[in-house]
Design a protein around this ligand. Sequence first.
Ligand code: A3P
Length: 313
Amino acid sequence: MANSSLSMFKEYFQYKGISFPELIYSAQGLREAENGFRVRDDDIFNVTYQKSGTVWMLEILSLIRSNGDPSWCRTVPNWERGPWYETILGLRMAQGNRSPRIISSHLPIQLFAKSFFRSKAKVVYTVRNPKDVLVSLYHFAQIFRPYKEPGRMDQFLERFLEGDVPFGSWFDHVKGWLGLRGCENFFCISYEELQEDLRGSIQRICQFLGRELEDQALDAVVANASFQAMKQNKMSNFSLSPSFLLDQSKKSFLRKGITGDWKNHLTAAQSEKFDRIYREQMQGLDLSFPWDEPRPQPSLPPADCSDPQLDSS
Ligand code: A3P
Protein backbone atom coordinates (compact mmCIF):
# COMPACT_ATOMS: atom_id res chain seq x y z
CA MET A 1 0.00 0.00 0.00
CA ALA A 2 1.35 3.45 -0.86
CA ASN A 3 2.41 5.71 2.02
CA SER A 4 -0.19 8.35 1.18
CA SER A 5 -3.06 5.90 1.43
CA LEU A 6 -1.65 4.57 4.71
CA SER A 7 -1.59 8.01 6.28
CA MET A 8 -5.40 8.11 6.27
CA PHE A 9 -5.30 5.35 8.92
CA LYS A 10 -3.11 7.38 11.24
CA GLU A 11 -6.02 9.29 12.72
CA TYR A 12 -6.99 9.29 16.39
CA PHE A 13 -10.42 9.82 17.87
CA GLN A 14 -11.21 10.75 21.44
CA TYR A 15 -13.28 8.56 23.71
CA LYS A 16 -13.99 10.14 27.11
CA GLY A 17 -10.86 12.26 26.80
CA ILE A 18 -8.51 9.43 25.75
CA SER A 19 -7.01 9.03 22.23
CA PHE A 20 -7.51 5.83 20.26
CA PRO A 21 -6.33 5.06 16.70
CA GLU A 22 -9.20 4.71 14.28
CA LEU A 23 -8.09 1.63 12.41
CA ILE A 24 -8.61 -0.89 15.20
CA TYR A 25 -10.84 0.86 17.75
CA SER A 26 -14.26 2.44 17.52
CA ALA A 27 -16.32 4.49 19.95
CA GLN A 28 -19.07 1.90 19.71
CA GLY A 29 -16.63 -0.93 20.51
CA LEU A 30 -15.27 1.00 23.51
CA ARG A 31 -18.81 1.66 24.77
CA GLU A 32 -19.56 -2.03 24.46
CA ALA A 33 -16.30 -2.99 26.18
CA GLU A 34 -17.18 -0.65 29.02
CA ASN A 35 -20.89 -1.20 29.45
CA GLY A 36 -21.91 -4.35 27.59
CA PHE A 37 -19.03 -6.78 28.07
CA ARG A 38 -19.97 -9.58 30.45
CA VAL A 39 -17.06 -10.45 32.69
CA ARG A 40 -17.03 -14.01 34.02
CA ASP A 41 -15.86 -14.81 37.53
CA ASP A 42 -13.04 -17.00 36.26
CA ASP A 43 -11.69 -14.42 33.77
CA ILE A 44 -8.06 -13.39 34.14
CA PHE A 45 -7.30 -9.90 32.85
CA ASN A 46 -3.81 -9.05 31.66
CA VAL A 47 -3.78 -5.27 32.09
CA THR A 48 -0.95 -2.89 31.27
CA TYR A 49 -0.15 0.55 30.03
CA GLN A 50 1.09 -0.23 26.51
CA LYS A 51 4.73 -1.37 26.10
CA SER A 52 5.01 -2.53 29.70
CA GLY A 53 5.29 -6.26 28.98
CA THR A 54 1.75 -7.16 27.88
CA VAL A 55 2.66 -9.97 25.49
CA TRP A 56 5.24 -11.30 27.94
CA MET A 57 2.60 -11.58 30.65
CA LEU A 58 0.17 -13.01 28.13
CA GLU A 59 2.69 -15.77 27.36
CA ILE A 60 3.22 -16.44 31.05
CA LEU A 61 -0.53 -16.63 31.72
CA SER A 62 -1.07 -18.84 28.66
CA LEU A 63 1.66 -21.23 29.80
CA ILE A 64 0.34 -21.34 33.36
CA ARG A 65 -3.13 -22.12 31.99
CA SER A 66 -1.61 -25.00 29.96
CA ASN A 67 0.39 -26.32 32.93
CA GLY A 68 3.66 -25.47 31.17
CA ASP A 69 2.75 -27.31 27.97
CA PRO A 70 3.80 -24.99 25.10
CA SER A 71 1.47 -26.53 22.47
CA TRP A 72 -1.25 -23.88 22.84
CA CYS A 73 1.31 -21.06 22.63
CA ARG A 74 2.87 -22.64 19.55
CA THR A 75 -0.36 -23.18 17.65
CA VAL A 76 -2.60 -20.21 18.46
CA PRO A 77 -1.59 -16.55 17.97
CA ASN A 78 -1.31 -14.61 21.21
CA TRP A 79 -4.02 -12.15 20.13
CA GLU A 80 -6.48 -15.07 20.06
CA ARG A 81 -5.28 -16.63 23.31
CA GLY A 82 -5.67 -13.38 25.21
CA PRO A 83 -7.48 -10.89 22.97
CA TRP A 84 -7.34 -7.15 23.61
CA TYR A 85 -11.05 -6.87 24.30
CA GLU A 86 -11.23 -3.11 23.67
CA THR A 87 -10.30 -3.57 20.00
CA ILE A 88 -13.03 -4.12 17.41
CA LEU A 89 -11.88 -7.68 16.63
CA GLY A 90 -10.66 -8.53 20.12
CA LEU A 91 -14.08 -7.90 21.62
CA ARG A 92 -15.69 -10.61 19.48
CA MET A 93 -12.81 -13.01 20.13
CA ALA A 94 -13.01 -12.47 23.88
CA GLN A 95 -16.78 -12.98 23.85
CA GLY A 96 -16.33 -16.25 21.94
CA ASN A 97 -13.43 -17.71 23.95
CA ARG A 98 -14.12 -20.48 26.40
CA SER A 99 -13.45 -20.18 30.11
CA PRO A 100 -11.21 -19.65 31.87
CA ARG A 101 -10.47 -16.74 29.56
CA ILE A 102 -7.32 -14.65 29.44
CA ILE A 103 -8.20 -11.14 28.33
CA SER A 104 -5.68 -8.41 27.62
CA SER A 105 -6.33 -4.71 27.97
CA HIS A 106 -4.60 -1.34 27.89
CA LEU A 107 -7.68 0.52 29.06
CA PRO A 108 -7.38 3.02 31.88
CA ILE A 109 -9.45 1.89 34.84
CA GLN A 110 -12.21 4.45 34.31
CA LEU A 111 -13.01 2.89 30.90
CA PHE A 112 -12.77 -0.71 32.06
CA ALA A 113 -15.68 -3.16 31.89
CA LYS A 114 -18.24 -2.14 34.49
CA SER A 115 -19.14 -5.75 35.17
CA PHE A 116 -15.60 -6.46 36.34
CA PHE A 117 -16.28 -4.51 39.51
CA ARG A 118 -19.20 -6.81 40.36
CA SER A 119 -17.23 -9.99 39.59
CA LYS A 120 -14.57 -12.21 41.12
CA ALA A 121 -12.46 -11.96 37.95
CA LYS A 122 -8.76 -11.29 38.53
CA VAL A 123 -6.45 -8.61 37.19
CA VAL A 124 -2.71 -9.03 36.76
CA TYR A 125 -1.36 -5.52 36.25
CA THR A 126 2.19 -5.21 34.89
CA VAL A 127 4.07 -1.92 35.30
CA ARG A 128 7.36 -0.89 33.77
CA ASN A 129 9.82 1.95 34.22
CA PRO A 130 8.04 4.71 32.27
CA LYS A 131 11.30 5.83 30.66
CA ASP A 132 11.64 2.37 29.12
CA VAL A 133 7.95 2.47 28.19
CA LEU A 134 8.60 5.77 26.41
CA VAL A 135 11.54 4.33 24.46
CA SER A 136 9.70 1.12 23.59
CA LEU A 137 6.66 3.12 22.46
CA TYR A 138 8.85 5.45 20.42
CA HIS A 139 10.11 2.46 18.42
CA PHE A 140 6.72 0.79 18.29
CA ALA A 141 5.09 3.93 16.88
CA GLN A 142 7.48 3.64 13.92
CA ILE A 143 6.28 0.16 13.00
CA PHE A 144 2.65 0.08 14.12
CA ARG A 145 0.74 1.57 11.20
CA PRO A 146 -2.30 2.88 13.09
CA TYR A 147 -0.03 5.10 15.22
CA LYS A 148 1.21 8.50 14.14
CA GLU A 149 4.89 8.87 13.34
CA PRO A 150 6.59 9.78 16.62
CA GLY A 151 8.86 12.49 15.16
CA ARG A 152 11.98 13.42 17.12
CA MET A 153 12.48 11.99 20.61
CA ASP A 154 12.24 15.38 22.30
CA GLN A 155 8.86 16.02 20.61
CA PHE A 156 7.61 12.57 21.49
CA LEU A 157 8.83 12.91 25.07
CA GLU A 158 6.68 16.04 25.49
CA ARG A 159 3.59 14.27 24.17
CA PHE A 160 4.21 11.22 26.35
CA LEU A 161 4.61 13.31 29.50
CA GLU A 162 1.44 15.22 28.68
CA GLY A 163 -0.46 11.99 28.04
CA ASP A 164 -1.06 13.04 24.44
CA VAL A 165 -0.63 9.48 23.11
CA PRO A 166 -3.06 6.58 22.66
CA PHE A 167 -4.40 5.33 26.02
CA GLY A 168 -3.55 8.66 27.64
CA SER A 169 -1.15 9.37 30.44
CA TRP A 170 1.10 6.68 31.92
CA PHE A 171 0.78 8.45 35.26
CA ASP A 172 -3.02 8.41 35.26
CA HIS A 173 -3.11 4.79 34.11
CA VAL A 174 -0.78 3.57 36.84
CA LYS A 175 -2.30 5.71 39.58
CA GLY A 176 -5.80 4.63 38.55
CA TRP A 177 -5.13 0.91 38.51
CA LEU A 178 -2.95 0.89 41.59
CA GLY A 179 -5.93 2.25 43.50
CA LEU A 180 -6.95 -1.44 43.57
CA ARG A 181 -3.85 -2.47 45.54
CA GLY A 182 -4.88 -4.59 48.46
CA CYS A 183 -7.99 -5.97 46.70
CA GLU A 184 -7.81 -9.73 46.67
CA ASN A 185 -8.53 -9.99 42.94
CA PHE A 186 -5.76 -7.53 41.96
CA PHE A 187 -2.08 -8.34 41.58
CA CYS A 188 0.61 -5.93 40.46
CA ILE A 189 4.05 -6.92 39.25
CA SER A 190 6.73 -5.02 37.40
CA TYR A 191 8.57 -5.81 34.19
CA GLU A 192 11.74 -5.30 36.22
CA GLU A 193 10.74 -8.02 38.71
CA LEU A 194 10.05 -10.39 35.81
CA GLN A 195 13.53 -9.63 34.50
CA GLU A 196 15.16 -9.99 37.89
CA ASP A 197 13.55 -13.28 38.87
CA LEU A 198 11.24 -14.81 36.28
CA ARG A 199 10.77 -18.10 38.13
CA GLY A 200 9.99 -16.45 41.46
CA SER A 201 7.65 -13.98 39.71
CA ILE A 202 5.78 -16.82 38.01
CA GLN A 203 5.43 -18.57 41.37
CA ARG A 204 3.88 -15.42 42.84
CA ILE A 205 1.52 -15.12 39.87
CA CYS A 206 0.52 -18.78 40.32
CA GLN A 207 -0.15 -18.17 43.98
CA PHE A 208 -2.36 -15.22 43.13
CA LEU A 209 -4.24 -17.30 40.56
CA GLY A 210 -4.59 -20.24 42.94
CA ARG A 211 -2.73 -22.48 40.48
CA GLU A 212 -0.03 -24.63 41.92
CA LEU A 213 2.48 -25.91 39.35
CA GLU A 214 4.85 -28.84 39.74
CA ASP A 215 8.55 -27.92 39.43
CA GLN A 216 8.79 -29.32 35.93
CA ALA A 217 5.77 -27.34 34.73
CA LEU A 218 7.20 -24.21 36.31
CA ASP A 219 10.51 -24.79 34.50
CA ALA A 220 8.61 -25.14 31.24
CA VAL A 221 6.78 -21.83 31.80
CA VAL A 222 10.11 -20.09 32.50
CA ALA A 223 11.78 -21.60 29.41
CA ASN A 224 8.93 -20.87 27.01
CA ALA A 225 8.33 -17.33 28.25
CA SER A 226 11.95 -16.28 27.72
CA PHE A 227 12.63 -13.47 25.26
CA GLN A 228 14.47 -15.86 22.94
CA ALA A 229 11.73 -18.51 23.03
CA MET A 230 9.08 -15.88 22.28
CA LYS A 231 11.14 -14.37 19.48
CA GLN A 232 11.32 -17.78 17.82
CA ASN A 233 7.63 -18.54 18.25
CA LYS A 234 5.66 -17.17 15.30
CA MET A 235 2.51 -17.26 17.43
CA SER A 236 4.10 -14.81 19.84
CA ASN A 237 6.44 -12.65 17.77
CA PHE A 238 3.74 -11.04 15.57
CA SER A 239 5.31 -12.31 12.35
CA LEU A 240 1.78 -13.47 11.42
CA SER A 241 0.42 -9.98 11.92
CA PRO A 242 -0.68 -8.41 8.61
CA SER A 243 1.84 -5.90 7.30
CA PHE A 244 -0.84 -3.22 6.89
CA LEU A 245 -0.92 -3.22 10.71
CA LEU A 246 2.66 -3.92 11.67
CA ASP A 247 5.74 -3.27 9.58
CA GLN A 248 8.47 -5.46 11.04
CA SER A 249 10.77 -5.10 8.04
CA LYS A 250 13.05 -2.68 9.92
CA LYS A 251 12.30 -3.25 13.60
CA SER A 252 10.79 -6.08 15.59
CA PHE A 253 7.90 -5.94 18.03
CA LEU A 254 10.10 -8.01 20.35
CA ARG A 255 12.80 -5.40 20.08
CA LYS A 256 15.41 -5.61 22.89
CA GLY A 257 13.58 -6.94 25.91
CA ILE A 258 15.86 -5.31 28.47
CA THR A 259 15.57 -2.86 31.35
CA GLY A 260 17.23 0.54 31.25
CA ASP A 261 17.38 0.98 27.48
CA TRP A 262 16.26 4.58 28.09
CA LYS A 263 19.88 5.35 28.97
CA ASN A 264 20.76 4.73 25.31
CA HIS A 265 18.06 7.08 24.02
CA LEU A 266 17.48 10.00 26.39
CA THR A 267 19.88 12.88 26.85
CA ALA A 268 20.73 13.99 30.39
CA ALA A 269 18.40 16.99 29.95
CA GLN A 270 15.54 14.81 28.72
CA SER A 271 16.03 12.39 31.59
CA GLU A 272 16.06 15.23 34.13
CA LYS A 273 12.89 16.68 32.67
CA PHE A 274 11.26 13.26 32.88
CA ASP A 275 12.34 12.89 36.52
CA ARG A 276 10.90 16.29 37.41
CA ILE A 277 7.48 15.52 35.94
CA TYR A 278 7.60 12.02 37.46
CA ARG A 279 8.24 13.50 40.92
CA GLU A 280 5.43 16.02 40.49
CA GLN A 281 2.96 13.39 39.30
CA MET A 282 3.82 10.73 41.85
CA GLN A 283 4.42 12.89 44.92
CA GLY A 284 2.44 12.07 48.02
CA LEU A 285 1.51 8.60 46.76
CA ASP A 286 2.38 5.53 48.77
CA LEU A 287 3.84 3.87 45.70
CA SER A 288 7.35 2.67 45.16
CA PHE A 289 8.79 0.86 42.18
CA PRO A 290 12.03 -0.94 41.41
CA TRP A 291 13.27 2.04 39.37
CA ASP A 292 12.69 4.57 42.19
CA GLU A 293 15.34 5.78 44.58
CA PRO A 294 15.16 3.53 47.67
CA ARG A 295 12.96 4.96 50.45
CA PRO A 296 11.20 3.54 53.51
CA GLN A 297 8.06 1.48 52.77
CA PRO A 298 4.98 3.27 54.11
CA SER A 299 1.99 1.26 55.29
CA LEU A 300 -0.82 0.92 52.74
CA PRO A 301 -4.14 2.69 53.20
CA PRO A 302 -7.24 0.45 53.14
CA ALA A 303 -8.16 -0.61 49.59
CA ASP A 304 -11.30 0.57 47.84
CA CYS A 305 -12.26 -2.17 45.36
CA SER A 306 -15.35 -0.54 43.89
CA ASP A 307 -15.78 1.01 40.45
CA PRO A 308 -13.93 4.37 40.66
CA GLN A 309 -16.56 6.04 38.47
CA LEU A 310 -19.42 5.07 40.75
CA ASP A 311 -17.50 6.53 43.67
CA SER A 312 -17.22 9.94 42.11
CA SER A 313 -20.87 10.13 41.06
P1 A3P B 1 11.27 -3.28 24.12
O1 A3P B 1 10.67 -2.48 23.02
O2 A3P B 1 11.93 -2.43 25.16
O3 A3P B 1 12.17 -4.37 23.63
P2 A3P B 1 4.03 -4.79 25.19
O4 A3P B 1 3.85 -6.25 25.03
O5 A3P B 1 3.34 -4.22 26.39
O6 A3P B 1 3.75 -4.05 23.93
O7 A3P B 1 5.59 -4.55 25.54
C1 A3P B 1 6.57 -4.81 24.57
C2 A3P B 1 7.91 -4.77 25.26
O8 A3P B 1 8.08 -5.97 26.06
C3 A3P B 1 9.04 -4.76 24.26
O9 A3P B 1 10.09 -4.03 24.89
C4 A3P B 1 9.37 -6.24 24.18
O10 A3P B 1 10.63 -6.52 23.65
C5 A3P B 1 9.25 -6.64 25.64
N1 A3P B 1 9.08 -8.09 25.82
C6 A3P B 1 8.18 -8.91 25.27
N2 A3P B 1 8.40 -10.18 25.62
C7 A3P B 1 9.48 -10.17 26.45
C8 A3P B 1 10.23 -11.19 27.14
N3 A3P B 1 9.90 -12.47 27.07
N4 A3P B 1 11.29 -10.80 27.89
C9 A3P B 1 11.63 -9.50 27.98
N5 A3P B 1 10.97 -8.49 27.33
C10 A3P B 1 9.92 -8.83 26.58
